[in-house]
Design a protein around this ligand. Structure first.
Ligand code: TMP
Length: 207
C-alpha cells in the first residue's frame, strides 16, 4: 500500500496530542510503517525555526517573516523527511501542516490566501495530505481547557478574536474540501472523540 500522508489540525485545547497518540496506535496496530512528526519542526533545522516562531520573547517578528519561516521549516521537512518516507511506502502522521498556515497566518494575522497559496505551490509542488482530521470546538471551550496548562507560547498568547478567525478559516477549508478534511467534534467527551477517529480510520483502511 502506498504511504499515506495524514495531518491533524485544531485550535488550542482541542486535545490534539491525545488524538495524535490514539491515531498513531491505530495505525501501528494495523502493521503499517509509520513516521510521526510535527510542524513547524520535524527536522533539526525545522525545530530550530520552531524555537524562533514559538518564543514569546520574539515580539518583533513581522507577519510575513513568520509566514516565510513556516514555509522554510516546511520545505526542509518535506525534502528531508516527508517525501522520502512516502516514497518508501511509509505513512506520515503530521501534527499540523499547511492548513494551519491558512488558519493562523491567513485567518489570524490577515495575510491573503493568494500570498499563502504562492508559497504553498512553490514549496509543496502540488503535494497535499491524503487526509486531514480537524479537531473542532468553540474557542472559549478550548481556551478554558488550554488555560490549565503551562506558560502560553507566541501563538497561544493571541487574543480571542484571532482564535475565532483561525477557527472559521479551518471550517471554511473543511467546507471546501470535504473529501480530504474530516471535522471531529472535540467538544464531546474524550471517548466520543476517539470513537470518531476510529470510524474515520476504518474508512481509510477500507479505501
Ligand atoms: P503546537 O505544536 O502546539 O500545535 O504549536 C505549534 C503552533 O504553531 C500552533 O500554535 C500553531 C502555530 N502554527 C502556525 O501558526 N502556522 C503553521 O503553519 C503551523 C504549522 C503552526
Amino acid at each position: 500500500m502506498p504511504g499515506k500522508f495524514i495531518t491533524l489540525e485544531g485550535g488550542e485545547g482541542a486535545g490534539k496530542t491525545t488524538c495524535l497518540m490514539h491515531l498513531e496506535k491505530l495505525i501501528r496496530q494495523s502493521g503499517i510503517d509509520l513516521c510521526v512528526t510535527r510542524e513547524p519542526g520535524g527536522t533539526r533545522t525545522g525545530e530550530k525555526i520552531r524555537e524562533i516562531l514559538l518564543d514569546r520573547g520574539n515580539i518583533d517578528i513581522l507577519d510575513e517573516t513568520e509566514l516565510m519561516l513556516m514555509f522554510a521549516a516546511r520545505s526542509q521537512h518535506l525534502n528531508e523527511l516527508i517525501r522520502p518516507a512516502l516514497a518508501a511506502d511509509t505513512w506520515v502522521l503530521c501534527d499540523r501542516f499547511t492548513d494551519a498556515t491558512y488558519a493562523y497566518q491567513g485567518g489570524g494575522r490577515g495575510i491573503s490566501q493568494e500570498r499563502i497559496a504562492e508559497l504553498e505551490q512553490w514549496v509543496q509542488q502540488g503535494l497535499q495530505p491524503d487526509l486531514t482530521l480537524l479537531l473542532d470546538l468553540p474557542v472559549e471551550v478550548g481556551l478554558q481547557r488550554a488555560g490549565q496548562r503551562s506558560t502560553p507560547d507566541r501563538f497561544e498568547s493571541e487574543n480571542i478574536a484571532f482564535m475565532q478567525r483561525m477557527r472559521s478559516t479551518y471550517l471554511d477549508i473543511a467546507a471546501r474540501e470535504p473529501d480530504r478534511v474530516k471535522i471531529i467534534d472535540s467538544s464531546q467527551p474524550l471517548e466520543n472523540v476517539l470513537l470518531q477517529i476510529d470510524h474515520i480510520f476504518t474508512d481509510v483502511l477500507a479505501e
